[in-house]
Design a protein around this ligand. Structure first.
Ligand SMILES: O=C(O)CCC(=O)C(=O)O
Length: 273
């Protein structure tokens, strides 16, 4: 039987799975109205990309793969749902804390017929923060069948390792060598893992995963629908500003933050319950 802790949107079993595997699928937690509002924000965002937006499609013959991040100050629905209601509540429940910080949102839209696989990666080494307690909430706005579903390697594989990130566009490593970091495993090695879990999902569902969880997503080359997703990312209040041996992603400026500083900055609003 599924047991609910305190409030709550997330069951004790879901929290247990999240802490054990670094990933959990949460069913039917967002309202249809929330999805409609996020859809509107995504359309506005695609019409008016931010300075860090990317297009990954190699040519105009295939569907777009658009991504962009840190636009929550420009689009109301990103901001509202990042900071109020179900998403921050779920993040806090999964992190088992009463307060945390919103880090940023990341929109990833694969149109039908896009050849670009989202390669295996984990998010932690891309980010200019160090945090052990954190979560990304991957929110699909379209039905996600098995063949285009997000995949993750469960069981916290390689959580203790610092990897050199690879570029999404061609999967090349950011650098050949960096002190304290090692090269990311070969994709074939991860494809063969027996710990892969795949997450077909519907609008209203959420895939929650830790910044160190290895994950990937198939291309949409053999799929004729859109695949719109917004990932909302949260950290516990003890997360600190960090530098990496490469340009971080998102490429946020330090402003007044020094490595090791708590994220006391209006760009990382507090959330609480
Ligand atoms: O949706 C995808 O293709 C990848 C998502 C992802 O890497 C993330 O949200 O961190």
């Amino acid at each position: 039987m599924t047991t609910k802790a305190n409030s709550d949107l997330v069951s004790a079993d879901d929290i247990k799975k999240y802490r054990r595997d670094g990933v959990v699928l949460l069913r039917n937690l967002l309202s249809a109205q929330t999805i409609v509002e996020l859809e509107y924000a995504v359309e506005q965002n695609m019409k008016s990309p931010g300075p860090w937006a990317n297009e990954y499609a190699a040519n105009s013959q295939q569907g777009r793969f658009f991504d962009d991040y840190v636009n929550w100050m420009r689009f109301d629905a990103y901001k509202t749902h990042a900071l109020i209601g179900a998403l921050p509540q779920i993040a806090l429940e999964l992190m088992q804390t009463t307060s945390g910080r919103f880090f940023h949102e990341h929109v990833l839209v694969k149109e039908a017929g896009n050849n670009q696989v989202t390669p295996w990666h984990n998010d932690d080494p891309y980010y200019g923060v160090n945090s052990s307690n954190n979560v990304s909430l991957w929110v699909p706005l379209d039905p996600i069948p098995e063949k285009i579903a997000l995949r993750a390697i469960k069981s916290r594989r390689d959580f203790d390792k610092n990897f050199i990130p690879r570029r999404f566009v061609d999967q090349t490593a950011y650098v050949t060598d960096a002190r304290g970091y090692e090269q990311f495993p070969e994709p074939q090695q991860l494809d063969a893992s027996t710990d892969i879990e795949s997450f077909p999902a519907m609008p209203g569902d959420i895939v929650a995963f830790h910044f160190r969880t290895l994950h990937s997503a198939p291309a949409t080359s053999n799929y004729d629908g859109r695949r719109r997703v917004v990932s909302f990312r949260y950290v516990d209040t003890d997360a600190v500003w960090a530098t990496r041996p490469w340009k971080t992603s998102p490429p946020l400026e330090a402003h007044s933050l020094c490595p090791g500083d708590l994220l006391v900055d209006e760009r990382f609003p507090l959330i609480s319950r």
